[in-house]
Structures are given as C-alpha cells and as structure tokens.
Write a protein that binds this ligand. Structure first.
Ligand code: OGA
Ligand code: MN
Length: 294
C-alpha cells in the first residue's frame, strides 16, 4: 500500500522548506508532483538536500512541473553563448564561471556579467513575454566560501505593508526590461555601444495574485525599470522603496549550498539573488532549468 512518505521541514520564519522522501531517480508519481506543487504554493522555495541529480533527471522532474523555457527563445545572443557551455541542450542552462577546459572565465567573458547581474534581487525572466513560473538549480561545483543564494518572501512582505501603501500601489503596472539592469551593470556591446534589449518591454502588475495560494505578492524585480504612466524618477523611487520592503531581513531565506543540493523556487511568490564569492579564483557551477508561467 502506498503511504505518505514526504517530510516537509520549514527553514525560514515565513517560507522555504526542505522536502525529504521524494524518489528523484525516476519520474515522480502524480501524487508526488501534486505534493511538490502544493509545497511550492505554500513555501515558495523547496530544497531537496544532496540528491545529486543528473541533468537528465533534473530535466525530467522539471518537465513534470510544466513546459520548459528554451533559453535561446527570442535571444540570438544567448544561443551563441550556449555554444560555449557544457550543456548544449537548450532546456538546461548553467550558472557558471567555469569555461570549457575547466579554467575560470576570461576577464572579458560576457558570462561574468551574469554572475554580477544575478546579485541584484530579481525574479527570473520577468522581461520575457512569458516569465518563469519555477526555476530549478542543482549544485555541481561550489566555491570554498560564499556563493549562497538568497530568497525573499514577497507575499508576506506585501501583507506587511501599511494600508496606505497597499492603496497607493493598487492597480499600478511595472515596465520590465533587461536594459535597466544591463545599464546599471555598465554592460556594453562588443562594439562599445549601449545594451539593447532583445525582448522589448513587458507590463506586469506591481501587485499580483498567486493562483495557487490566492495570496497577493509584490512583483518588483530589479528588471522592473519604472511604473507605467508615472514620471521615471517617481516610479523608480517607489520601486526602490517597495524592493526594500520586499526584501527586509525577516522575509529572507539564505541557502548555503552543499554539493548535490537541488532547489526549486516559485518566481511569483519570491525574489532571489546570488551572493558574492571569489569568482576570480574559485569555481561555481550550477545546472539550471526554467519552467514557463503559461
Ligand atoms: C538563477 C539565479 C542565483 C545564484 O539561476 O536564476 O539567479 O545564486 N541564480 O546563482
Ligand atoms: Mn535568477
């Protein structure tokens, strides 16, 4: 007889949980997929410690959560980049500062830019026409120190806002584009010109509703450049304030990676960012999939 074998252990005050007891060696039975989606609705971040998935197993589990994002879609430059990556399947990408041949990336390698841009609070692919519902990461190689990933619970953060704040932001739309982040990072094209978005801009509600939990959440990723219909400085000032409220220490969970950890997060109810490490001298490599928010 099948018995309930999942053990869920919350690891931060308001969200994030370790899940034990999933057999990840093969496709999950429907009731485990349901339990996993339920845990993501409730906890936003789900951690399977030290499960050491192969990229194939990671793809298989990711596909049970929905249709995978193809990192090349709408981005000729990403397609070109991926030619240098270890994983040539466009359903996986990697977060890595390691080049082919196992050396660290050259100083001028554009992929170093992602390492830095990921250190800004964000939610994946909000600047694409279809944002990412979930992202998964598997830790393959870790630096001796640092390189954690921090998450923020943007549903609890919304609920903690004052009634005045909630009224002020009700109905506002954010304008999302990678350009604002690339300009902040000082990124330029190889010819020295300014960064140009391959995706145009996307309008997304600043206060959104999570269909799984019914809770409202703050959608204020760093790629949210400004507020539709407000002067740029006014919108940016409001976004800076909201991003601060969204990421207050009491709404955070910091994941200190161990090799083999597999982490899945819901990009709607959370923000995340990479933490610094000695990327000039130490290697860090995680395998990544994104599930579309269709
Ligand atoms: C990502 C990401 C953070 C990290 O994979 O989308 O932001 O710590 N990663 O590498
Ligand atoms: Mn990310």
């Amino acid at each position: 007889m099948e018995t309930e074998t999942l053990e869920i252990r919350q690891v931060a005050p308001t969200f994030a949980a370790e899940v034990h007891g999933l057999d990840t060696s093969r496709a999950l039975p429907p009731r485990d997929v349901e339990a996993l989606v339920g845990a993501l609705d409730r906890y936003g971040v789900v951690i399977l410690p030290k499960v050491f998935l192969t990229p194939e197993q990671q793809i298989a589990i990711s596909e049970q959560l929905g249709e995978l994002e193809n990192s090349d879609e709408g981005s000729p430059s990403f397609k070109k980049l991926r030619e240098n990556m270890k994983y040539v399947d466009s359903r996986v990408s990697e977060i890595s500062n390691i080049a082919q041949g196992d050396t660290l990336l050259e100083e001028t390698d554009i992929r170093r830019l992602f390492t830095f841009a990921n250190q800004l609070w964000h939610s994946d692919s909000t600047f694409r026409p279809i944002r990412a519902r979930y992202t998964t990461l598997s830790a393959v190689r870790l630096p001796g120190q640092g390189g954690d990933t921090e998450f923020a619970d943007v549903a609890s953060a919304y609920e903690a806002l004052s009634d005045e704040d909630k009224t002020e932001i009700d109905g506002l739309l954010g304008v999302h584009s990678p350009t604002v982040v690339m300009e902040f990072m000082g990124a330029t094209r190889p010819d020295g010109g300014g960064f140009v978005s391959e995706y145009g801009t996307q309008l997304r509600p600043i206060v959104d509703v999570h269909p799984g939990s019914g809770r409202k959440f703050l959608s204020v990723a760093s790629h949210c450049s400004h507020i539709d219909g407000l002067p740029l400085p006014e919108g940016r000032s409001l976004l800076t304030y909201l991003r601060e409220q969204a990421t207050l220490p009491q709404f955070r969970y910091r994941h200190r990676w161990s090799l083999g950890d597999f982490v899945i997060w819901d990009n709607r109810s959370t923000l995340h960012r990479a933490c610094r490490f000695k990327e000039r001298t130490q290697g860090r490599q995680l395998v990544r999939t994104c599930i579309k928010d269709l």
